[in-house]
Design a binder for this molecule. Structure first.
Ligand code: C2E
Ligand code: MG
Length: 350
């Protein structure tokens, strides 16, 4: 890998060809002939796939990985099974609480999709199937299913008097979809959910793929009253200019920055800068991936108002989340008033 990187670096840069100064950018793909034997054509094809991934990732060199190869037989099989799972509604949502870090109260939840194929012991992580869904177009029905489930759950909680903001992740392909705003409006109206309690999360990179279309889609969504959050803030290909053009109300500090906080001054400085940027732009800032008390203390020091992470709770099925909130809030009440804590009814839709 190191050698191929130096090869790419040596060949990249300015070149004068026929009197014209050209800026040459190179991308490299690496593939290995494994011990099981692989023919030359397959090896070249795998290197080519890796090279295209390097271009997409904007990295100098990428090594071939079967799980990222759309024509890989295992992935093609996964796409077929995922299609069936979506059609059968066999995907479920888990919810991770987001807390006001000052009052320690739960203010909202992030909905995270889970796929549990019947023949497997553990759910397949969305990190492994969302990109398959994106490449095959299945992301559109998948997102509709997630939005319907999340809206139904939000409505059930609202009816029970549980006041939680519901936040759903969108992918880059969703932002190219002009009918998304209309469909979301119909889903929320159908479930009787107040759009002001609903939020969508998009990453910077997904917005920058096609900013004009993405901004139009997000504006249509924001006009409904739904909030827009920028996920993994600071890690993608971004331009701060879009923060002014987009109807954004929230920045999510990426987990990698939160992890860096208790390791270095630079890590703390980055989070501090994001919190300040949010404050100056009038945006809420949510820290994600809080795992330790030390990180939580440092976040309080830099004035971060909201957070989520394993320190509080992992993503949970709806019914377990309600139990968790009930226990969490009850534990905070002064002992004299525990009897007065109103039990929170359990969630219904799943
Ligand atoms: P994300 O939106 O950045 O979500 C946060 C991920 O970090 C979740 O992983 C969550 O379980 C995990 N996480 C939360 N707290 C902690 C922590 O303290 N430590 C660590 N190590 N991890 C933590 P998950 O559920 O596997 O989701 C991965 C990604 O898949 C999400 O990243 C999101 O980009 C995508 N995804 C999930 N659900 C959906 C969905 O319904 N639609 C779309 N398009 N993408 C989704
Ligand atoms: Mg998210």
């Amino acid at each position: 890998m190191a050698r191929s990187r130096s090869l790419v670096a040596a060949l990249s840069g300015g070149r004068r060809i026929a009197g014209v100064e050209l800026d040459v950018a190179l991308s490299g793909g690496l593939a290995w002939a494994d011990s099981g034997g692989i023919d030359g054509i397959r090896l070249l094809r795998q290197a080519d796939v890796a090279m295209h991934l390097a271009k997409a990732d904007r990295r100098p060199v990428v090594a071939y990985e079967a799980r990222r190869d759309t024509a890989n037989p295992a992935r093609l099989a996964m796409a077929g099974r995922l299609r069936a799972a979506i059609e059968e509604g066999a995907l479920t949502l888990h919810y991770q609480p987001q807390l006001d870090l000052r009052s320690d109260r739960v203010v909202g939840v992030e909905a995270l999709v889970r796929w549990m194929p019947p023949d497997q012991q553990r759910p397949i992580s969305p990190a492994d199937f969302v990109d398959v869904a994106e490449r095959t177009g299945l992301i559109h029905p998948l997102t509709r299913l997630v939005l319907r489930r999340a809206a139904a759950q939000a409505a059930a909680w609202q009816r029970q008097g549980l006041d939680l903001r519901m936040s759903v992740n969108l992918s880059a392909r969703n932002l190219e979809d002009e009918s998304l705003g209309r469909d979301l409006a119909a889903i929320l109206a159908g479930e009787g959910v107040d759009p002001r309690t609903f939020e969508v999360q998009v990453t910077e990179t997904s917005v920058m793929t096609d900013p004009t279309t993405a901004i139009a889609t997000l504006q249509a969504i924001a006009q409904l009253g739904v909030s827009v959050s920028i996920d993994d803030f600071g890690t993608g290909h971004s331009s701060l200019a879009y923060l002014i053009r987009l109807p954004v109300h929230q920045l999510k500090v990426d987990r990698s920055f939160v992890m860096a906080m208790d390791r270095s001054d630079a890590g703390r400085a980055v989070v501090h800068a994001i919190v300040d940027l949010g404050r100056h732009l009038g945006l809420e800032v949510v820290a994600e991936g809080i795992e330790t008390q030390a990180q939580l203390d440092l976040l309080a020091e830099v004035g971060c108002a909201t957070g989520q992470g394993y320190l509080f709770a992992r993503p949970l099925p709806a019914i377990e989340l309600v139990d968790w909130i009930e226990r969490h809030h009850a534990a905070q009440a002064p002992s004299a008033s525990i009897a007065a804590v109103v039990p929170i009814p359990r969630g219904a839709a799943g």
